[in-house]
Every structure is written in structure tokens, then in C-alpha cells.
Design a protein around this ligand. Sequence first.
Ligand SMILES: [Zn+2]
Length: 465
Amino acid sequence: MLASLALAAVAAATPAFAQTTRPAAEQALARAIYKEFIEIPSGFTTGATTPVAQAAAARLKAAGFPDADIHIDGPNPRKHNLVVRYHGTGARKPLLLLAHIDVVEARREDWSMDPFAFTEKDGFFYGRGTGDDKAQAAVWIANLIQYKAEGYKPDRDIVVALTADEEGGGPFNGVDWLLKNHRDWIDAEYALNEGGWGESVNGRQVVNDLQVSEKYVMNLRLEVRNKGGHSSLPVDDNAIYRLSAALDRLSRFKFPLKTNAVTAEMFKQLSKTESGALKTDLEQVAAGSQDAMQRVAGNNTQWNAQLRTTCIPTMLEGGHALNALPQLAAAVVNCRVLPEDKLEYVRDAVRAALADTAVLVTVQGDVAIGPASPMRPDVMQAVTAATDKMWPGVITVPIMVMGGTDGRSTRAAGIPTYGVQGFFIDRDDIRFHGRDERMRVRSFYEGQAFLYDLVQRLTRAAPIP
Ligand SMILES: [Zn+2]
């Protein structure tokens, strides 16, 4: 997956990208904040988010934000979040700008450089969190400082929340904690978040993604129990055989292919970037053709995952001794469920596919189900207009993602959430959570300018041309 060391010719220019970026002083501020955030280790076990929140607060206070508008708090001293409010006229309900400030763990020996030293090399910024999600965190703070410096008066409050522990679950998720304990700090008409970025091919920008929904995760535990016995006296009824046979039947089962409002629009927009038979197929998928869905899903793992709920075994256990008949055979089946598919429907479909009542199927843990955000015309139009202005010819594509973000929690709490960043990343070089994570220098500064413009479009009464 990380085989391509992308051709960085386009990016090997100086940091000053006229016209498509903010002025040099604003770029320098965003870069300084980005560097500071990256160099604070904030992994779940080996780091803390509190120093990142404090660094952001220090920047805001230095820029004149009053203490009363800044909150630093959280469930324990290491897991604090930052919330800052920039006051508008109050004509409309606030806009919430989210970014998480924890990162996936990174070990020095797994990287070709220090993951917690901010490194600019060959047109890229390297470091853990450069893509996920400290670029957006840094840009939210830098742009807010700039709005204040300009005396910009939005028609609604702009609230920035930099939050803890989005990665890898755990009990200290900052968004959940804020929703539960300080909803008033972050309540908003809707939110912008990570989850949608720009897709480029060898540095050439193709589509700008706007994430409006996500699949949800459900884990099923499958168990076959047996009284067991000595392996020298086998009987036909064997727990491992029964589980294996049931899993084999599951391997031949597939959930139906279908689109929802978001994916239909996504395939329609994507058809504009293709040609020939694929273009026609994508158009027909958007129009609901089962034949076209079969072809498209059959040729592309990602599109398959967007067109159906998927359930796949990810773990196996069984037996307790080399010379004993197994008393237990068990598997975990990990389901990625379309937002419109009910938990019970998916569980029952898996049971039916297993076709053996001796296989006990249970849902593991709590399942967090979040609705899709509505495709609000004001948000869709603002993102499209800001994208057109910044990157003429680049198409804005609403997407449903297979992974999860904090947007699931905010959506479930009634705050529609849109994942949009304007940071472009090569399709074949996505290094989130991986080795030598990086962000193209040019993409960082263009994303800064894009988000600056987009937030103004969403917070200014008079339309922006
Ligand atoms: Zn993230």
C-alpha cells in the first residue's frame, strides 16, 4: 500500500504559492502551530492531549482571545480538550469546527525519521499527525486568529474544538465527553470535521471529498460449543468442523447492492471524472442499475464497500489441547454496516447465512449508530463554490466513508457533521496511521486557504462570489 514514493515534482517549489494560498505571514503562523502540535506526542498510551490544548490556548491568548472564551477541560489531566468561541452577531446558530489532537502511536524504529520531529523534506511535511488530524487542528486555530486580526464579524459564533482520543476507542473520547458534560460549549447548527480530503493522482488534484455519512461497526461473536473428549476417539460432531462449515457458507453470502442518497450522488459526481464504459457504469449505478452495481463492485474493493454492508471474519479461536476434541470454536465477524441497515437485520442475515443453529451469534459490546447528515444545500453549495474557486475543474464529491470519525457522535447528538479539509493526498499514498506519515507542503497551505474561504462562506450573511 505504501509502495509508491510519490513523484513530488509538483511540490518541490517554494512555500509561497501565489493566489491559491494565504499571505506569507499567515502561512508562517499556520506552519508554526502545526509544527508545535506535531512535536507534542499525543498517542493514546504514550502521550497526552493536554499539552496540545494548552499550546493552542497560549496562541489564542497571545492573539487577544479572552480567557472567558477558552475552555480547557477533560475527563482526566492527560486527556484535556480545547474549546474556543469566536463571537459573531448571533443571527444564526453557531458553526462548530472539529479536529482531534490525539494521534495513533508511532515508534521511532518503525519510521525512517523521528515521528515526533516535524520534518520538511522534498516538498512534504513529515511527522505523526501531519495528515490525521493535526493539519486541520492547526489550520482551525491559525485561521481563527486571522479572522480576529482582520476584525471579521461572522453572523454566527465560530466554535473550534480540538479533542482527545478519537483514535482507537477508549473511554476518553473528547467529543463524547464534551457532548455529555458541556454540550453548551460546542452546540452548533452543524459541524465541519475530518473525514473528507482531496484526492490527487501524482500530485494532480482530481476530486474534493465531502464526507456526509459513515458506515457503522458491529462485531459479531460466533461460538460453537461441544462436550469434547479424547482426540483418539473422535465423533462426527466437532466444534471446529461446524464453525468452519458455517464460515464457509458465510463466505459465499453477500449483502444486497444498493445506493443511498449520498452514494448515488457520489457515483454521479465520480462519473464526471471517468470516461468510456466506466463512466456509463457509474452513471447507471447512480440511477440504480443492479447490473452496473455488480460490475462496479466486482472491480473495485472500495466501491463494493460503498454499495453494500459487509461482514467478514477477522479472528478465530478454538480448542484447548493438542489431544482433546475442541469444546469451543469461536470467531469474530466484523461488520461494516450501511447507515440505513438496521443492526437486527444484519445480525439475522448473518445467522441465516451461517445456517446452523448450533452456531451461537451475539452482538459484542455497544454499537454506536449515527445517522447520515442531510445533504444541506447551503453546505453543498459553499463547498462546491470554494472548491471551484481554489481548484477549477476539481469536482466536489459527497462521500460515505467506511472508517469512523467523531462525526458519528455529533451526528447522533443532532449536530449534522461534514468531513471536509481541502488537503489533497495521492490516492495511492495514504499514510494515515502508518509509517512516515506526511502532507504535501503545497496541500497544507492550499487547505489553509480553502478552509479560510469555506468558513467565511458559511458564516457571512452576504454571499461570497
Ligand atoms: Zn483522524
